[in-house]
Write a protein that binds this ligand. Structure first.
Ligand code: HH2
Length: 294
């Protein structure tokens, strides 16, 4: 399969600009939650305990040193079956971390939230991007992002985290998802979000079977309809099903999924294991560049 072309863009987000095209950008995951799916009891020290802002800041700096282009701070788990978290609790988890890292990190901080009030407060503390897994489920989200001139990631999810894995079906998987994202992006732009600052994401694992996830990664080029595309396969259960391995043994699977997504046109990937994914993607990007020259 030929490499899908990528558009060279300058994507604004707050006081930063992200350059897409030549390189696959990497968003490092910083979950400040006690219950994310990648935090099982056997978790090694490096992915636990980020509820402490000092430890979270150390982890964020390490990810940047390893090559992260963005650090994504999240205070609510969206794993299948997860219970919602109150606005107050989510803000209490996320804001001290954003406050501590945003000014000094040197790369944009994104806040993984679907609550406009949490997004607004995080942007006030220096975050530059809102990563909204409900793609404007909160009617105030677009105006909050517009006012801050922030970047916006719009992700597709079928149902809610509580229900999304109960037999998801699609008549036209890629068409439905790309159409939904296009419509939400248009809505965001109409509310004043800079159209160049809008990312779309097919939502790997959010109301999708293993086959759906594989199809979305292979067809990444058909998702964006001209907008930059972010893909988030990291450690997810479709990898566990393919490999028959638990969550902390999915690094190689994550790398394979990121590389194939990048080959098929992904502009950025969202991952836990920054160093390993950056190294793999550097090689994938060199191979892409070579293949495009031929
Ligand atoms: N996946 C998760 C959370 N946020 N955001 C985007 N844009 N794309 C994704 O694929 C995505 C996301 C779920 O992963 P994680 O943050 O590791 O787990 P949890 O939600 O359990 O904290």
């Amino acid at each position: 399969m030929e490499a899908a072309p990528r558009i060279e863009r300058q994507v604004p987000c707050g006081r930063f600009v992200l350059r897409t095209g030549a390189r696959t950008l990497v968003m490092g995951i910083l979950n400040v939650t006690p219950d994310s799916f990648s935090h099982p009891p056997v978790d090694p020290a490096d992915v636990r305990g980020f509820l402490d802002p000092g430890r979270a800041a150390e982890r964020a700096s390490l990810m940047v040193a390893e090559g992260a282009d963005v650090v994504d701070v999240g205070g609510e788990s969206t794993r299948p079956g997860a219970e919602p978290v109150s606005e107050r609790e989510e803000a209490e988890r996320v804001l001290p971390v954003v406050r501590r890292i945003a000014a000094s990190l040197g790369v944009p901080v994104s806040v993984d939230t679907s609550k406009a009030a949490v997004a607004e407060a995080a942007l006030g503390e220096g975050a530059s991007i809102v990563n909204d897994v409900t793609a404007l489920g909160d009617p105030r989200m677009a105006e909050v992002v517009a006012r801050a001139r922030a970047g916006l990631v719009l992700m597709h999810m079928k149902g809610t985290p509580r229900t999304m894995q109960l037999n998801p079906t699609y008549a036209d998987l890629v068409g439905e998802i790309a159409g939904f994202l296009e419509e939400r992006a248009r809505r965001a732009a109409e509310a004043g979000v800079d159209p160049r600052a809008i990312w779309v994401d097919p939502g790997i694992g959010f109301g999708k079977t293993v086959e759906h996830n594989l199809e979305l990664i292979v067809r990444t080029a058909d998702i964006g309809r001209g907008r930059p595309v972010l893909v988030g396969p990291s450690r997810k259960s479709f990898l566990g099903k393919v490999l028959d391995l638990p969550v902390l043994q999915r690094l190689e699977g994550t790398i394979a999924a990121c590389v194939v997504a990048a080959w098929n046109g992904a502009d950025a990937v969202r991952v836990h294991d920054v160093k390993e994914c950056v190294r793999a993607l550097r090689v994938a990007d060199a191979l892409r560049a070579h293949a495009m020259k031929r």
